[in-house]
Design a protein around this ligand. Structure first.
Ligand code: FMN
Length: 490
């Protein structure tokens, strides 16, 4: 039968300690005895006593109706009358459907279960009497009992069959001893989110609601925020759900920026307010890993930008994330010059034009024709331009790791560029790297300390096109190499 662990239904394990005996007084039908056995075993009751049954407990119809609980039937005992059946008991409960004239305590099955448990705990033997199917217990049987149990049911129709009556009493008995919590949130493999990450989510949601204008009525704001928090608190979010909601909010927010600006909301100021630090340990599950792979596959060197502006706060966030990159000795040698001045931008662009013309001159024939057709920078339109430099000898890190490989400083700055690249792509921004430049010219245009080395000139903006393959592959300039061709085993 579904839901049954048959290995545990052995006679000695049925009751798990002392339990009431169920006494069926003059039961008429073998089927009912079988169904009572089933109800008893459901509730870990193993001791069935039969008073003058019309048909024996081992009758084949009883066994069949017991649905596998025949061990209760086989262990049952027969008695000629009720008195004999309860002779060894200290306390007896009679179940009835209607009030009798007798003065006796009357209790519900719920209260009776507590009474039965208390008496068993005090070492008493207890029994519950159930009468024949059609008539119920007669007054003489009830007079033998210490208390009466009545099941509160619809007064207009309270007829129960024998097994149902036994099940109601047996159920209460079982519940009163079961440790099953009345309410449980099944979390499977995940944990409820730590408060730190829930509060972080609230901050994220509230910031985006602010941006989209939802919280624009100043005096309603505090109560709206409290109500929202109360709503999410009721849900008892898991870590996974917190991450999903972060993702949803970020996606929704992306589309709402334009509307926020139209409403005159200071998007940049709000975005500039940092979210609390993510201090709780994250779980990078398989869906995150899939997303990460998508990010790597769809990261592109972008040279065609839309004119949609990128907020200063978004740029700040990208640089903040780039600064999480690894660096030799933790020397953090990256330096970012955000180039906004049109004259400086023009100087960089002129350097690119000159370097590109010179590069073209180095090719001949078909290759020169192909090179000339390539678009190799987005300097003409990219709304954001950043020159990334490396300080070749920073005091930070005290030289650790770079005495043998001084170039590791530059590699560290490259790691920051790559981090920024991925962070940009994750926000729907594109990044194009330009190296067809005279580094000295760019350094001069940016007026940076002379010792700094140019690592890359970055063009950033919303891409006009999305591709899963490099532009140079599509243009027929250079295919991707098979991974096997770049791996050596020694
Ligand atoms: C250090 C570096 C310098 C680059 N310089 C240029 C450049 O000057 N112009 C350009 O169009 N692409 C430049 N790229 C982009 C590469 O052409 C591009 O990464 C490559 O074709 C692979 O395409 P993908 O980045 O879309 O995967 C540069 C990339 C790197 C890593």
């Amino acid at each position: 039968m579904s839901g049954t662990d048959t290995s545990r239904a052995q006679p000695e394990t049925v009751t798990n300690g002392a339990a009431p005996a169920i006494v069926l007084v003059r039961p008429q039908l073998a089927e009912n005895i079988g169904m009572v056995a089933r109800a008893m075993l459901n509730c870990a009751l193993g001791e069935m006593r039969l008073v003058a049954p019309n048909e024996p407990a081992t009758h084949e119809r009883a066994v069949s109706a017991s649905s596998g609980a025949d061990l209760v039937l086989r262990a049952s005992a027969e008695f000629p009358d009720t008195r004999a059946a309860i002779a060894d008991c200290h306390w007896v409960l009679a179940t009835t459907a209607r009030r009798r004239e007798q003065v006796k305590p009357v209790m519900t099955p719920h209260r009776a279960a507590a009474e039965l448990r208390a008496r068993i705990a005090a070492g008493q033997k207890v029994a519950v009497l159930f009468g024949p199917e059609r008539t119920g217990l007669d007054n003489d049987d009830v007079s033998l009992a210490d208390a009466v149990c009545e099941v509160p049911l619809n007064p207009a129709y309270c007829s129960l069959n024998l097994a149902q009556a036994v099940l109601l009493v047996a159920y209460e008995w079982f519940q009163s001893g079961s440790g099953t919590p009345p309410y449980e949130l099944v979390l499977n493999d995940t944990l409820p989110a730590e408060k730190d990450s829930v509060l972080n989510l609230y901050a994220h949601i509230e910031r985006e609601l602010e941006l989209c204008g939802f919280l624009r009525v100043e005096d309603k704001r505090p109560s709206m925020v409290r109500n929202l928090r109360a709503l999410f608190n009721r849900v008892e979010l898991t870590e996974q759900e917190v991450r999903t909601l972060h993702g949803m909010v970020a996606e929704l927010a992306h589309g709402s920026l334009r509307r926020a600006r139209k409403l005159g909301i200071d998007v940049d100021k709000l975005r500039a307010a940092p979210l609390p630090l993510y201090t709780s340990k994250p779980i990078f599950d398989s869906s995150f890993c899939d997303k990460l792979t998508q990010l790597l596959v769809w990261r592109r060197d972008v040279r065609r930008f839309s004119t949609e502006p990128v907020s200063a706060a978004a740029v700040d966030e990208l640089i903040e994330q780039a600064c999480l990159a690894p660096s030799v000795g933790n020397c953090q040698p990256w330096r970012f010059a955000i180039v906004e001045d049109p004259a400086r931008r023009a100087r960089v662009r002129a350097s690119y034009e000159a370097a590109n013309a010179e590069a073209l001159a180095g090719y001949a024939g078909e290759q020169a024709r192909l090179y000339a057709s390539l678009k190799l920078s987005g300097l003409d339109r990219a709304p954001v331009q950043i020159a990334v430099f490396a300080d070749p000898d920073p005091a930070e890190g005290a030289g650790l790791g770079r005495q043998t490989m001084p170039q590791a400083v530059h590699y560290s700055a490259v790691a920051a560029v790559q981090t920024l690249w991925l962070a940009a792509r994750a926000r729907g921004l594109g990044l194009g790297m330009v190296s067809i430049l005279d580094p000295a010219e760019v350094a001069a245009a940016c007026e940076v300390p002379p010792a700094w080395d140019l690592i890359a000139y970055l063009c950033i903006g919303y891409p006009e096109e999305e591709h899963a393959d490099p532009e140079l592959v599509r243009a027929g300039w250079q295919d991707r190499l098979p991974v096997g061709s770049v791996v050596l085993r020694r």
